[in-house]
Write a protein that binds this ligand. Structure first.
Ligand code: 6GU
Length: 231
């Protein structure tokens, strides 16, 4: 999988050198390149923003540097991801979809966003996804891009040591994950649920599923089917 990121803050992406993702990059499973948008601005101050047409607060990122940057990184078959709080929700399903793409390009906007014509233009020849992490506002697309890259990269086959650990985690089955425990069996007066020490694998699986459903009902009821469907 190849990933290109265009940003005015390349330093954010030093985080990609560490941990699981760092190893995946070293092994060649994932190839990430970071590009500075200002390298595609040609005035003395390397300007990438301007005031919004129609007025209003804040600045908008100009189409010209974005056009040149995307000309340099988009190839036939690229998917362009534009992180924005005005996008559709980035979910585990989306992460899986992104993980199957051969080439992802992330366009990190700052200020009040990127001139909308950039998205319109890119849609002529490419799949373009405007995606949001959730209903809150970040200062720019960089942190959102890091989250999306991590979520997509960790489900690329060969990334996580034990593929089974991916199956039972939160959101993979539309439920929150059950609670986990490790040694010691008793800690500060709190005991691990005895069923987990019983060795009865069937009973343990049933208990965990019940915990998942309970937890989802309590914390994220909107994730459950509301039509009486059995889980
Ligand atoms: Cl993708 N971008 C920004 N700037 N803010 C966000 C977001 C994205 N998702 C949630 N808030």
């Amino acid at each position: 999988m190849r990933i290109d990121v265009v940003t005015i803050f390349p330093a954010f992406f030093a985080a990609l050198d560490v941990s699981l993702l760092g190893r995946a990059r070293q092994s060649g499973l994932i190839e990430v390149r970071i590009h500075d948008l200002r390298d595609f601005a040609h005035d003395r101050h390397r300007t990438v923003d301007d005031t919004p047409y129609g007025g209003g607060a804040g600045m908008v990122m100009r189409a010209e540097p974005w056009g040149e940057a995307l000309d340099a990184v988009l190839t036939p078959g690229s998917t362009l991801v534009v992180p924005t709080p005005a996008g559709s929700l980035f979910t585990q399903r989306r992460a899986r979809e992104l993980s199957a793409r051969q080439h992802l390009v992330f366009a990190c906007g700052r200020y009040e966003g990127i001139d909308q014509r950039v998205v319109e233009w890119a849609r002529r020849d490419h799949e373009v996804l405007e995606l949001s992490l959730g209903d809150y506002v970040l200062n720019g697309g960089e942190v959102a891009t890091l989250a999306m890259i991590e979520a997509a990269a960790r489900v690329v086959p060969g990334m996580v040591g034990n593929p089974e650990s991916l199956v039972e985690e939160s959101h993979e089955e539309g439920l929150l994950e059950y609670p986990s425990y490790t040694k010691p069996a008793s800690w500060r007066g709190l005991d691990v649920p005895p069923i987990l020490l019983s060795g009865h694998h069937g009973a343990i699986a049933a208990w965990r599923r019940e915990q998942s459903i309970d937890r989802t009902r309590r914390i994220r009821p909107e994730l459950l089917p509301d039509d009486g469907t059995d889980l």
